[in-house]
Write a protein that binds this ligand. Structure first.
Ligand SMILES: [Zn+2]
Length: 284
């Protein structure tokens, strides 16, 4: 049986690879510093699952991880997955000066490219938080990125993200904003449920459950939109016993989510951002 002939459509899975003790575990007041869980094993399990289901994904990697764990990014890249940047330190770009932001965007690309020997095309802002579209996209342009995946066309979630004016499909920055920027740069928005306009990635997937998740995917595909969603490797670990985490980070972490990801890889054709944008083909 050829799975691809039976697939329910194409879906873009992205994996935000960051330290467990980073602020990524949301804006929790208590940073999960007592964490001593090993992400390597779970990333290896995920890579095996992706292999088994013939899936290619995009890993948005916090570049300072490369120093901590030199082999990991190479192993992911060797499997044929796309490596993109999730900044240098995973700090909130909204709280940075332009120079600090330049460093996060430029240095992360340099470090990742040196490691994998391949061009890094994409950038995702930590927490999907950026301040000032013009400054942000012009910096991506300066460092020759081809896309960002840092926006989400959801209802505004106060303190987080969300902007209903953003298209639900990838769009050219130069056609949407009125500032000067290379016309080849795209924004690839993280998808939302097209009716409720709520996200279905990460915490949302675990909190709202699988019916909501598949309903979101199928309705987007019906509308001819390739769903783009993200998970974090730490969500694939059982966090129920970790005391200093908010409940939203713990609920259905571990096996429940891992099984959902297996199902989605079996049911749909999973591809990376660079492939759905067809960037390699359009290379000049
Ligand atoms: Zn992140």
């Amino acid at each position: 049986m050829n799975r691809r002939n039976n697939s329910k459509g194409k879906v873009c899975l992205t994996v935000d690879l960051e330290f467990l003790n980073q602020k990524s575990l949301s804006e929790s007041k208590t940073k999960a510093e007592s964490f001593d869980l090993d992400q390597d094993e779970i990333v290896e399990n995920l890579l095996s699952l992706l292999d088994e289901t013939d899936s290619k994904v995009t890993f948005f990697v916090v570049a300072s991880l490369v120093e901590e764990n030199p082999g990991l990014v190479e192993r992911i890249s060797d499997k044929g997955h796309e490596i993109a940047s999730h900044a240098l330190t995973h700090k909130n770009l909204r709280e940075m000066t332009k120079e600090e932001m330049r460093d996060e965007i430029g240095e992360s690309k340099r470090i990742l490219e040196e490691k994998i020997n391949e061009e890094v095309l994409g950038f995702r802002a930590p927490g999907l938080k950026i301040l000032g579209d013009k400054v942000f996209y012009q910096l991506l342009d300066e460092f020759n990125y081809k896309y960002s995946s840092s926006k989400i066309p959801s209802l505004p979630i106060p303190g987080w993200y969300g902007d209903l004016s953003i298209p639900m499909k990838p769009f050219r920055i130069s056609e949407f904003y009125d500032f000067e920027v290379d016309n080849r740069i795209f924004e690839v928005p993280v998808s939302v449920n097209p009716f409720l306009r709520l996200p279905f990635s990460g915490n949302w997937l675990r909190l709202l459950g699988h019916n909501y998740f598949y309903w979101s995917l199928d309705k987007l595909i019906e509308k001819d939109i390739i769903p783009v969603f993200y998970i974090h490797p730490w969500e694939l670990m059982d966090l129920s016993a970790v005391s200093n985490l908010p409940i939203r980070n713990k609920i259905r972490s571990g096996t429940w989510l891992f099984n959902k990801i297996r199902k989605v890889c079996e049911r749909y054709e999973i591809d990376s951002v660079r492939n759905i944008l067809d960037i390699n083909k359009n290379k000049d």
